[in-house]
Design a protein around this ligand. Structure first.
Ligand code: E4P
Length: 217
């Protein structure tokens, strides 16, 4: 399973990359806004840190303009995955960009039917948004399971990139199902290390160690 970091915060990306916990990065217009940086500059900086796919999203809504924006974004670095929304125009742009050899991440996927279209359009990644489905009382994890089944039935090569991850449980749930990639905020990735029994056990070990009166080295 690959880990992408869902942020445009280069300090956080670097920290996770140094630990081998960032196989790629995803950004979107909201994350660019949050960073307060110019999209071309910050995306270039991210691509200098990360060797794997770095998703940068188009903001045009009609296919010809999406393709033009995608080609401009793809010029930033060879590891750019152009992110397009799962609309008919987005699928048209996906097909065109993929046919020219660019990686494409089809984002804002909320149904298995949409995911089938992304695969047919040659997407490198499809991004089903778990958290936003859960927010409206639908089952995001079930969607990942459905897409996994369908893609395996037909040997679709598009990678399932589980997105809008809000919790550690989301990550373990989609790992069990076999999502190819997760993208999560740095805080959620770091939260995977936390367990109360680890803290309790360590506390006890340190207390007992102090009672031995010993030191190492
Ligand atoms: C994915 O590529 C998106 O950037 C992201 O996962 C959206 O997450 P959110 O629903 O928490 O904004």
């Amino acid at each position: 399973m690959k880990f992408f970091v869902d942020t445009a915060d280069t300090v956080a990306i670097r920290e996770l990359a140094d630990l081998g916990m960032a196989d790629g990065v995803t950004t979107n217009p909201s994350l660019i806004l949050k960073s307060g940086r110019n999209i071309l500059e910050v995306t270039k900086e991210i691509c200098d840190i990360i060797d794997g796919p770095v998703s940068a999203e188009v903001v045009a809504t009609e296919a010809p303009a999406m393709i033009a924006e995608g080609l401009k974004l793809a010029k930033i670095a060879p590891n750019i995955a152009v992110k397009v929304p799962l609309t008919w125009d987005g699928l048209t742009a996906c097909k065109a960009l993929a046919s020219e050899g660019h990686m494409v991440n089809v984002t804002l996927c909320f149904s298995a039917a949409q995911a089938i279209l992304a695969a047919k359009a040659g997407a490198t990644f499809v991004s089903p948004f778990l958290g936003r489905l859960d927010d409206i009382n639908l089952d995001g994890v079930q969607l990942i399971e459905d897409i996994r089944t369908i893609y395996d039935n037909y040997d679709f090569q598009t990678q399932i990139l589980a997105a809008s991850i809000r919790s550690v449980n989301h990550i373990t749930d989609v790992a069990r199902i076999g999502a190819d990639v997760i993208t999560a905020p740095p805080a959620v990735i770091k939260a995977m290390a936390a367990h109360p029994l680890t803290d309790k056990g360590l506390d006890q070990f340190l207390k007992d160690w102090a009672r031995t009166g010993q030191s190492i080295g």
